[in-house]
Design a protein around this ligand. Structure first.
Ligand code: HXC
Length: 258
């Protein structure tokens, strides 16, 4: 499908999705959110890892589009937030690992987009934050909830109440990003991490993500039950037989995803 504001490139089962409106620092307008939702819903089944990054050399995504939001009503704001939530939830529930390659400003909706990915890596020049209160609103694409789950309630409150932008090193210190890379190595690093996932059983990686995601919002007993179910289900797969046989035969496994 032809998109206006995003680009999707697929190479050896790794998809790189670039949000590409550099003149507006890749701000998320409705059109871009719709394109994202559509791209997430129609990823080819051959894709086994997704990397999201920003076009141009300044921004990952500088937020939801302020020009579009400036004069909308409460009802329209509800719809706009719902569109973003839908797109990001689709992203979060993809059955493959997802990585945010934060190559510059990841503010407001941009930070929220990164938070909907499984892993976040950042370039040395990245700046992350949720500055919505400086505009008289609050995060509306899941940031109040996802940031809190990643860095804890008190850090999330500090960041959201101050609206402060963190540099990459500070973001790493508080656990908001995993690693900080020189700008010209960020994408290669993310691809190398994705390539490691690709060596493993795809059903197992997918099941691990599902159990972690769904378990995180449940009490420990219910979450552990999810794990037990996921563990058992995999014993009905060819990959489990191949993975264990390959170990015993001292050879690399040839997983098929079946
Ligand atoms: C629309 C944006 C934008 C945004 C930048 N631009 N961010 N347009 N929405 N979020 C546009 C600018 O208007 C400008 O357009 C061009 O991109 C370049 O930006 P500059 O400000 O000139 O660049 P610079 O001085 O380098 O400053 C970079 C910046 C700043 C610090 C990132 O642009 C900034 O503060 N942006 C807004 C960040 C923000 O508040 N994000 C949260 C949005 S609220 P022109 O035409 O002048 O060249 C949000 C809510 C999510 O995300 C939930 C919704 C439901």
């Amino acid at each position: 499908m032809a998109y206006e504001n995003i680009r999707l490139e697929i190479e050896e089962a790794i998809a790189v999705l670039t949000i590409d409106r550099p003149k507006a620092l890749n701000a998320l307008n409705s059109k871009t959110l719709q394109e994202l939702e559509s791209a997430f819903n129609s990823l080819p089944t051959t894709v086994r890892a997704l990397i999201i990054t920003g076009g141009g050399d300044k921004a990952f995504v500088a937020g939801a589009d302020i020009a579009e939001m400036a004069s909308i009503s409460s009802a329209q704001a509800r719809e706009f937030a719902a569109l973003g939530h839908r797109a990001f939830q689709t992203l979060e529930q993809l059955p493959i690992p997802t990585i945010a390659a934060v190559n510059g400003f990841a503010l407001g909706g941009g930070c929220e987009l990164a938070l909907a990915c499984d892993l976040i890596y950042a370039s040395e020049k990245a700046k992350l934050g949720l500055p919505e209160v400086s505009l008289g609103v609050i995060p509306g694409f899941g940031g109040t909830q996802r940031l809190t789950r990643v860095v804890g309630k008190m850090r999330a409150k500090e960041l959201i109440f101050t609206g402060e932008r963190l540099d990459a090193a500070k973001a790493k210190e508080i656990g908001l990003v995993l690693e900080v890379l020189p700008a010209d190595q960020l994408l290669a690093h993310c691809k190398a991490v994705a390539a490691k996932f690709l060596k493993n059983g795809p059903l197992a990686v997918s099941q691990a993500k599902r159990v972690i995601e769904f378990g995180a919002d449940q009490d420990l007993r219910a979450a552990n039950e999810l794990e037990r179910q996921g563990f058992a289900v995999l014993f009905g797969s060819e990959d489990q037989k191949e993975g264990m046989k390959a170990f015993l035969e001292k050879r690399p496994a040839g997983f098929t995803g079946k």
